[in-house]
Design a binder for this molecule. Structure first.
Ligand code: FES
Length: 135
């Protein structure tokens, strides 16, 4: 298992339909809440990204680390506190899991159905992956 910290990427430019009311993008507001919530960034690196190309599923985040699975989540409502509070549990489970592999039931409920993608690390060998040889 790699010892590198997980990286939590948050799309700063995602919209949540409340832009006029708050004069800021939903992703930006969500990112601020996350940064305030984690306080110390010892256990995770938090970074903002200007568009993660999941715009139709905004707000979007991803969780990744060297030699570990990468997860992308969308349809996040930055106004719902559960998305913040359960994010800590998600990061904690990811950090503890072998290779960062999380089954659906290993993730907090609101990070189960709104998953967009799960991508294995490069050169990963597992029965969920089939390598095809060149002919
Ligand atoms: S604006 Fe957030 S994914 Fe494109």
């Amino acid at each position: 298992m790699s010892n590198t910290k997980p990286v939590l990427s948050i799309c700063l430019t995602c919209r949540d339909g409340r832009e006029e009311k708050y004069n800021s993008r939903g992703g930006e507001r969500f990112a601020k809440k996350i940064v305030n919530s984690f306080k110390r960034q010892d256990d995770v690196i938090i970074r903002g990204v200007n568009c993660m190309s999941c715009c139709k599923r905004s707000c979007a985040i991803s969780l990744s680390a060297d030699k570990r699975f990468t997860y992308v989540f969308g349809d996040i409502d930055p106004k719902k506190p559960l998305y913040i509070s359960s994010l800590k549990k998600l990061v904690s489970s990811y950090t503890k899991a072998k290779d960062g592999f999380l089954r659906r039931r290993d993730r907090p409920r609101n990070y189960q159905s709104n998953i967009i993608g799960r991508f294995p690390p490069l050169d990963y060998k597992s029965d969920i992956i089939e390598y095809f040889k060149d002919k």
